[in-house]
Design a protein around this ligand. Structure first.
Ligand code: ATP
Length: 497
């Protein structure tokens, strides 16, 4: 067990944690929750860098994101993990010479990467594959304390379900895991405990994010953060669309039950409501976007799609799912025209305005500019006030509008991108993993609600079931060079795949 008393943490002069306690036990998997900006990642980094008193014999692996795109091969990336590099290189040499490698962690690596894949440069992998390399690397390390910051970004559904079905993503896990994730699904599947960072203290609860109501009632005081989040949800969605309102009603019932159990005095509201808003755009007559016998591969010998026929219009609400590397992002690129079919045709309505969200947009922002300056540069000849309103629609107000974007969190930078996209008043939105950097569950709820209320067309690639569940009306599966429609909702898909 690791026990740290009187823990205080500051970041650039701001107190993040003041005189709190942290206790981590073996064979426990802790989900670290808290408002965005409260310092969750900083705490993880402090543990990872041993800024806290952690005994030397406890080795630590801190995994922050997918492996960077580089010329390093997948195998090189897996084994180049700093501390154990020499040892790992030796083992890797032996293993590379064998067809059948031993050891749980390496089995895991090899299961997922055949010889050719191992030699592929990480630059050429899809986001999901790079994340897998990073997780394979963390398994490979077999460290006492494993710290994961947003591990589900990019992971495909089969990979995520793997966690839920038998909990074996971290096989025979007898060490300590601390994880930050905005994916409620993932937290439910993986965590045995929750650490809630709130009011500069750490509170420890037993259970995952979304315990069954009865269990939550039995959890006693441990349920307070959950109650706070439910109240927020009810306030926010209770009067919204039918589907969201139904979910809010069910939460209301649970809450009433908890209140009867005397659990609500401890409630401290800590969610900040953020409203997102897209401008309604009206209709274009179908067909708006049509694929006619489209064949595509980045090389002709390795086709991702063969003779695709499909159509998207402004009533479409489509979620693309399928294994990592199947070509979901590529399908979006075919829709925008960023890549062209090798054969067949993609027809777009002459007046169609498409906007695509992907993470690389955030990387291209000029970090020295403020959100407001950026919008004024992108949309010149507009009054400042107009641009303030535009970014305000995505929850950026006051100082956040005028400070250099390098000082904004990833989540807020993503919101600048949404403001920028929305200002173009697209009729068709293509969203590629939009929630990866939206850093709290309620903000994702805001996006879901804004999309739900909006009248345009939507094609979404996301590993976030909750978002898909809230906004998609059709599920399309990209697999085996084809796109097929899933007859059922995302929850059926999850159960059946
Ligand atoms: P994920 O869920 O992992 O993000 P995806 O289904 O979105 O994956 P894509 O990103 O479309 O998959 O990639 C499909 C395949 O094409 C992958 O094997 C990827 O390595 C490859 N690929 C993607 N972009 C390029 C490129 N510019 N050049 C060559 N190959 C590429």
């Amino acid at each position: 067990m690791l026990q740290i008393g009187s823990l205080s943490l500051t970041f650039h002069g701001h107190d993040l944690i003041v005189d709190s306690e942290l206790e981590l036990n073996y064979a426990r998997r802790y989900g670290l929750l808290g408002l965005k900006g409260c310092g969750k990642s900083t705490l993880l980094t402090a543990i990872g860098c041993r800024e806290l008193p952690i005994p030397q014999h406890m080795d630590i692996c801190h995994l922050t994101r997918e492996i960077e795109a580089s010329d390093m091969s997948a195998l090189q990336a897996v084994v180049s993990c700093d501390e154990e590099r020499v040892k790992l290189e030796k083992e890797a040499e032996i293993l590379a010479a064998q067809d059948d490698c031993g050891g749980d962690a390496l089995d895991h690596v090899y299961e997922r990467f055949n010889k050719q894949t191992q030699a592929t440069k990480t630059r050429d992998f899809s986001g999901g594959c790079r994340m897998r390399i990073a997780s394979a690397r963390s398994l490979f390390m077999n460290t006492t304390i494993l710290l994961l910051d947003e591990p589900t970004n990019h992971l495909d559904h089969s990979h995520n379900s793997y966690v839920h079905v038998d909990g074996t993503w971290y096989p025979k896990f007898d060490r300590i895991l601390v994880v930050i994730s905005h994916s409620q699904d993932f937290l439910n599947g993986v965590c045995t405990n929750i650490i809630h960072m709130q009011n500069k203290k750490l509170k420890l609860y037993t259970g995952n994010y979304d315990q069954e109501p009865d269990e939550a009632v039995q959890m006693g005081a441990g349920a307070d953060w959950q109650i706070a989040s439910m109240k927020e949800y009810i306030a926010r969605f209770g009067h919204g669309s039918a589907k969201l309102a139904r979910q809010a009603q069910s939460k209301e019932k649970t809450l009433a039950k908890m209140e009867r159990g005397g659990l609500t005095e401890k409630v401290v509201r800590d969610r900040i409501l953020v409203l997102f808003r897209f401008t309604n755009v009206g209709k274009l007559p179908p067909p708006v976007l049509q694929f006619v016998e489209v064949t595509f591969g980045y090389t002709p010998h390795n086709l991702l799609y063969k003779k695709l026929d499909l159509g998207v219009d402004l009533d479409s609400r489509i979620a693309l799912v399928g294994p990592n590397g199947a070509g979901k992002s590529t399908l979006l690129k075919l829709m925008t025209g960023e890549v062209a079919p090798l054969d067949g045709k993609v027809r777009r309505h002459n007046h169609l305005r498409i906007a695509q969200f992907h993470q690389h947009l955030a990387e291209k922002l000029d970090q020295d500019m403020s959100a407001l300056q950026y919008m004024l540069k992108e949309y010149p000849r507009n009054e400042e006030e107009r641009m303030r309103v535009a970014v305000g629609k995505f929850g950026l107000s006051g100082k956040a509008q005028v400070m250099p974007m390098r000082n904004l969190s990833d989540g807020r930078r993503s919101r600048v991108i949404f403001a920028w996209l929305a200002y173009r008043q697209p009729q068709l939105l293509l969203l590629d993993e939009p929630t990866n950097h939206l850093d709290d569950i309620e903000t994702i709820g805001s996006l879901a609600e804004a999309l739900y209320e909006w009248d345009g067309g939507l094609v979404l690639v996301s590993h976030d079931f909750r978002l898909i569940n809230q906004v998609a009306r059709e599920i399309w599966v990209c697999e085996n060079q084809a796109v097929t429609r899933w007859e059922g909702d995302i929850m059926d898909f999850k159960r059946n795949t």
